[in-house]
Design a protein around this ligand. Structure first.
Ligand code: SF4
Length: 211
């Protein structure tokens, strides 16, 4: 079997060809909208988040708008995304911090983003990669975690450690695209419960293939 680096190159080539449309599916027009949408997307589908933000983004147009929001009203507006109390608290405190420390603008560095309330490394990576075009790291979600383990690109379960392993394998210019490709692939082929190894375009490269 080839080295993980060689295999990751081939995986990229195959998946880019198969999913040319892969990209951020959270609708947004600027970094603030993507930051809010990403916080809302925890434990919720992107489709549902997009339904909610369609109305939300018309009402709240700046960090100041969010920081002045009435929390009970805001909770109601985002209720259908689940965990709405925590999410409302995170978004309104995050907006407050933007107003107080960043003139209402979303900062474009990992260091500043992860200091915002409710923003972890994963959310920061989503915003940096997809709203600012900065490849600062690799988003590790449930699909990336599962598939990277099956392909033996990592043996870790902790997202931060998985990200470090992937950073060694994936070329920097593809760090933002990588999770989008694996998400498409994970939904279609390498599903959690029953991976379709018999139909998998990566089977020859995969140490976990059952065929
Ligand atoms: S061969 Fe099976 S386990 Fe390996 S990537 Fe394909 S579907 Fe997933």
């Amino acid at each position: 079997m080839k080295t993980p680096k060689e295999r990751s190159k081939q995986v990229l080539r195959i998946l880019k060809k198969r999913y040319p449309q892969a990209g951020c599916s959270l609708l947004h027009a600027d970094p603030l909208e993507l930051l809010v949408a990403t916080i809302l997307s925890a434990q919720c589908t992107d489709k549902r988040v997009n339904e909610v933000t369609k109305t939300l983004f018309k009402k709240y147009r700046s960090a100041e708008d969010y920081s002045n929001a009435d929390i009970a009203t805001f909770e109601n507006e985002i209720r259908s995304t689940g965990f709405f109390r925590n999410k409302a608290k995170s978004i309104l405190s995050m907006a407050q911090a933007l107003v107080e420390d960043h003139d209402g603008e979303v900062p474009d560095s990992m260091e500043a983003l992860v200091k915002l309330p409710g923003v972890g490394r994963k959310t920061a990576n989503v915003v940096l990669g997809n709203a600012f075009g900065i490849n600062a790291g690799i988003v590790v979600d449930t699909h990336v975690k599962r598939i990277s383990n099956r392909l033996l690109f990592t043996k870790n379960q902790d997202p931060n450690k998985i990200e470090k392993d992937l950073i060694e394998l994936v070329p920097k210019k593809e760090w933002t695209l990588w999770p989008h490709l694996l998400i498409h692939f994970g939904r279609e082929i390498c599903q959690a419960r029953k991976p379709k190894c018999e139909d998998c375009p990566l089977a020859k490269l995969c140490p976990s293939a059952t065929t």
